[in-house]
Write a protein of this length. Structure first.
Length: 130
């Protein structure tokens, strides 16, 4: 019985991506490497976020707030309001998806802490292994 309880607790922790006491509101704080090269988003504790990227020409400030444990609302610097479902969050990885994209089969947007983003596999790398 104890083994079953331990397995269940471990499964819950791994599934949610959060350890004891770690909430998505806390884990999201800080800088994240966006899904596109050289694009970053920095979530601040006061509900602001800073977007950086080459096409942004510097940085732009927006706002965010959690609507629940797994839903976040983002107010972009351009004035748009977007809602994202938090698919997964750990201290090094964040997956977000817009709820309307889920039935369409879209993949979540992946964010990583700077330096933690997996290296993209290229065709030349695959050929070298052959």
């Amino acid at each position: 019985m104890r083994r079953c309880q331990s397995f269940l607790l471990l499964s819950i922790v791994l599934f949610t991506g959060c350890g004891a006491g770690e909430k998505p509101k806390d884990l999201i704080l800080g800088k994240w490497d966006g899904p596109f090269d050289n694009h970053f988003v920095d979530f601040k504790g006061d509900g602001t976020l800073v977007l950086e990227g080459p096409d942004i020409l510097g940085s732009r400030i927006g706002k965010y707030k959690f609507l629940g444990a797994d839903e976040i609302e983002v107010f972009t610097p351009a004035g748009s309001r977007l809602t994202y479902k938090v698919v997964m969050i750990t201290k090094d990885e964040l997956s977000l998806i817009e709820p309307w994209r889920i039935p369409e089969g879209f993949e979540p947007k992946q964010y990583y802490r700077p330096g933690m983003k997996p290296k993209a596999k290229t065709l030349s790398t695959a050929i070298k292994r052959l």
